[in-house]
Design a protein around this ligand. Structure first.
Ligand SMILES: [Zn+2]
Length: 427
């Protein structure tokens, strides 16, 4: 079982027990086997799951009826074997949306149930701070509605949405508890997005952006399959998602990974969280812009960086041209990145620290400094073998992770799709 299924397992089911819970668990089991093996006969499924053949036939019939699986013709077992009809995961008519609301953009990725290719992929540059949460949520709702329409045009009905946000999230309630860089407290994002969607009663999940990015990297990214990894968002804020032994580490309240607020320099600059000298005041995008372009007032506490992407492009141009001030700025930020990375390496012993956002855009300049500093400071030294690696998902890691989570939730509880409200349940 992959991390995401375990992490979100508690959300889907409620406390039902007895035949309904059994049916849900068995349907999920069949779908997971199919996802893992692509094509299976009913006999294969019975053998793999330990379920009775007749039960498997009933479950598959139900899944066929709702087009969550499809018949894939006849599979012959051996030269003289009896021909067997096999089935595969289908769900091309069902879509999920993975969204990310960040300080300066909204990203969306829509896939079908197979999760393989994007039906919708879009990033909207947007200042989420201006106008407060109401305006940001209206815009998020608008982007979601447009994506749902695009998905419908591609032939997929919306079946689930997950939203990544840069902050602390009460995942079970879909509430953003605290997002310092958005200046949000206790925002019921899931409910608000649902009402913005009007008639579409689609389940909405909310989670932390770094957690979702870490899942995306672990399941399909540059460090896919590395069971111990840390993901760092490189935005205005810096968040961390920690995968340990193949599972997302959430902590007692789900708030682990707030690495951007590690107090690395108590006499340092004021942070968006109100404290001083947090790690993100050293390595966040605002810190880099301030060091690279000190003649501008950008990035000081309370002064947002305008068009952050434009600034990153400007810095890349300067670095390529050998601008000494900019080279010094990335060296300085890179060393702070390595210092914080060494704390994470000491704590979690990851094999890889995947960096996203602007860290990835500037990886060629930043990471050599970061790697050197990490190796100098980590207590296990070379024995720890922890490498900084740039994400290849650009700004799309969190929305990708969100889409994966939305698919996993449907596979964890297919009765959401089989028994939508108002549709009489089979059997
Ligand atoms: Zn802070």
């Amino acid at each position: 079982m992959v991390a995401s299924e375990q992490d979100h397992a508690g959300l889907a089911g409620g406390t039902a027990s007895g035949p309904a819970a059994m049916r849900r668990a068995n349907l999920s089991l069949v779908l997971r086997e199919l996802r893992a093996h692509a094509v299976l006969s009913r006999a294969d499924i019975a053998e793999a799951t330990g379920l009775h053949r007749a039960t498997v036939s009933n479950l598959v019939a139900e899944l066929l009826d709702r087009q969550l699986v499809r018949e894939v013709g006849v599979e012959r077992v051996g030269a003289v074997g009896r021909p067997r009809r096999a089935v595969a995961l289908h769900g091309a008519h069902l879509g999920v949306l993975g969204m990310e609301l960040n300080v300066d953009y909204i990203a969306v990725r829509g896939t079908d149930l197979s999760g393989r290719s994007a039906l919708v992929e879009r990033r909207v540059v947007f200042d989420a701070m201006a106008g407060g949460p109401d305006r940001a949520l209206r815009r998020l709702g608008m982007v979601a509605r447009e994506a749902v329409e695009a998905m419908r045009r591609a032939g997929a009905d919306p079946a689930g949405i997950a939203v990544a946000v840069p902050g602390l999230v009460d995942v079970a309630r879909g509430v953003v508890t605290y997002a310092p860089n958005l200046d949000w407290r206790d925002i019921p994002l899931a409910d608000r997005l649902l009402s913005a969607l009007g008639g579409d009663r689609v389940p909405v999940t909310v989670d932390n952006d770094a957690n979702l990015s870490a899942l995306a990297e672990y399941l399909s990214g540059v460090a896919a399959g590395t069971p111990d990894l840390v993901y760092l968002t490189g935005e205005v804020g810096v968040g961390g998602g920690i995968v340990s032994h193949g599972r997302l580490l959430r902590g007692a309240d789900g708030f682990s990974g707030e690495v951007g607020h590690l107090p690395v320099d108590p006499s340092g600059d004021r942070c968006g969280c109100g404290r001083s000298g947090c790690w993100e005041t050293k390595v966040g995008l605002a810190a880099l812009v301030r060091a690279a372009m000190p003649e501008q007032a950008y990035g000081l506490y309370g002064v947002p960086v305008p068009d952050p992407e434009e600034r990153v492009t400007e810095i890349i141009r300067g670095l390529a041209a050998g601008d000494p001030q900019m080279l010094e700025a990335v060296a300085q930020v890179g060393r702070w990145l390595g210092l914080g990375g060494s704390i994470l390496a000491n704590l979690f012993n990851p094999r890889v620290i995947v960096v996203g956002g602007y860290f990835a855009s500037l990886a060629a300049w930043l990471l050599p400094y970061a790697q050197e500093e990490l190796e100098r400071l980590v207590v296990a030294g070379s024995a720890a073998r922890c490498r900084f690696v740039a994400s290849e998902f650009g700004f799309g890691a969190a929305s990708r992770g969100a889409a994966i989570v939305a698919v996993n939730q449907l596979i964890d509880d297919p009765t959401r799709l089989l028994d939508p409200p108002g549709r009489p349940r089979r059997r």
